[in-house]
Design a protein around this ligand. Structure first.
Ligand code: UDX
Length: 437
């Protein structure tokens, strides 16, 4: 069996590399020739732990990389669509790439007798696979779904920074479709890939699509909930949100995961998926009261940080402020929707002098701010001479800051958005999200 994967971002490249490393006959397709040549040299175009090793292994075994959709459509039995669906200007999702790929597969299908199953992994709003993608495939192939090709919705739940592990051992596989033959074949593929340790949920297209949005919106809700509690703690002397989480997390109905208060969630998924569900819900006439409150709470977190900084510094103009951590989470170089970037924008507006550090995301940040801010290649260089250090991303090395390091600062003032440091051991003025003073 040959497998095609169209779109080599986090999801597609991780899947292609994992399958190739297990000797599956797999071809990864991307229209971006520069990206294709980087991947062919054994390097991932973005930072993702373990991915380079997996990719090299896969290339040495059975992974082919190409830009040829006709070849993949004519030769593969399973064809995954893993192109991005970024946010659109109107606050919904931009389906341009998905539609383009569907058109190209449709045209390729019209020239082949092969009958692949097209598996949509890209995150798309409920109804998109069955209405938009299937329609385009049928139009350009002049074939009927279920007869000339199969179509399945199979949302992806992998996390950046854990993409390889999550591809190998996902917590769930969702298979949405309406033709039993395609569902059975895709189920067989995943059973072979993961064994029967991973729960397989079989459903229709639109439920599969909705599951993805419900999943990510629930995660966003948990984070906003705990950030709200963190704000309450900040106004309640001698409280710490960590103590609250330790207790409520022991209630099995709540659980302790995804309850880390912080600067607010970022990244390419949570903000976008919540926003799409808000729009989708409004479009079908259901007022998304809770979802809107989750978004608003998240948007407020950067203001919460600004308040902490302002109250501690009094004057921001001309002050040298060090920002530790730029990526939206540790283990990643991704700065999409990163709260650090939003904070830097607000601080620049107030005419602060900004110096930043991040182990992986400096290059991406330079593309946004250029020479408007300074970049440090070590934590010590970042905090030297500064009036305030703001800890944003929970990279491990920031937890190792010592009093000796802090003596490099002009004023020893720490704003800790993730409570990485122990305030009782610090010889510095310390304020944190979620800690009441
Ligand atoms: C998310 C989903 O977890 C994943 O299942 C889906 O496939 C893609 O979207 P990802 O965007 O990689 O994954 O990041 P995630 O680990 O979910 O973190 C998102 C944001 O929430 C980060 O900014 C993180 O710092 C923040 N977060 C997470 C918190 O503030 N507190 C938490 O307890 C957890």
């Amino acid at each position: 069996m040959k497998i095609g994967i169209i779109g080599l971002g986090f999801v597609g490249l991780s899947l292609a590399s994992v399958l190739g490393s297990k000797k599956y006959n797999v071809v990864g397709i991307d229209s971006d020739r520069k990206k294709v040549s980087t991947i062919l040299s054994g390097k991932s175009p973005f930072y993702e732990p373990k991915l380079d090793i997996m990719l090299k292994k896969a290339l040495a075994k059975s992974l082919q990389i190409s830009s040829d959709i006709q070849f993949a459509t004519s030769n593969c039995q399973l064809l995954f669509i893993t192109v991005g669906t970024p946010p659109s200007k109107d606050g919904y999702i931009d389906l341009t790439k998905v539609k383009q790929v569907a058109k190209e597969i449709g045209e390729a299908l019209s020239k082949t007798v092969n009958k692949p199953i097209i598996i949509v992994k890209s995150t798309v709003a409920p109804g998109t696979t069955n209405e938009v993608i299937k329609f385009i495939l049928e139009k350009y192939s002049k074939k009927k779904a279920g007869v000339g090709f199969g179509i399945i919705a199979n949302p992806e739940f992998l996390r950046e920074g854990k993409a390889v592990d999550d591809t190998i051992s996902p917590h769930i596989v969702v298979i949405g479709g309406n033709d039993q033959k395609s569902i059975s074949r895709v189920k067989k593929f995943f059973l072979k890939m993961h064994g029967n340790k991973v729960p397989l949920i079989e459903t229709n297209h639109q439920t599969a699509e909705l599951i993805k949005y419900a999943n990510n919106s629930f995660l966003a809700t948990k984070i906003s909930f705990i950030n709200q509690i963190a704000s309450i703690c900040q106004s309640l002397p001698e409280t710490n949100v960590e103590d609250v989480v330790r207790a409520i997390g022991l209630d099995p109905r709540i659980g302790k995961l995804f309850l880390k208060a912080g600067p607010g969630y970022g990244g390419s998924c949570l903000p976008k998926d919540l926003q799409t569900l808000i729009k989708f819900s409004s479009r079908i006439g259901k007022k998304p009261i809770l979802l809107e409150a989750v978004r608003e709470t998240n948007n407020f977190q950067v203001r919460n940080l600004m308040i902490l900084i302002k109250e501690a510094l009094q004057k921001i103009r001309g002050r040298r402020i060090s920002i530790l951590g730029l990526s939206f989470k540790e283990g990643s170089d991704d700065i999409r929707e990163s709260v650090s970037i939003k904070l830097i924008r607000l601080l620049l507006k107030k005419q602060a002098k900004i110096i930043v550090h991040d182990p992986k995301a400096i290059e991406n940040t330079k593309m946004i701010f250029g020479d408007k801010i300074s970049y440090a290649d070590s934590v010590k260089a970042a905090i030297k001479g500064s009036h305030c250090t703001v800890i944003m991303t929970p990279w491990k090395e920031y937890s190792n800051l010592t009093n000796n390091d802090l003596r490099l600062m002009k004023r020893r003032l720490i704003i800790d958005s993730r409570r990485l440091l122990d305030r009782y051991k610090l010889d510095a003025e310390y304020h944190a999200i979620g800690i009441g003073e």
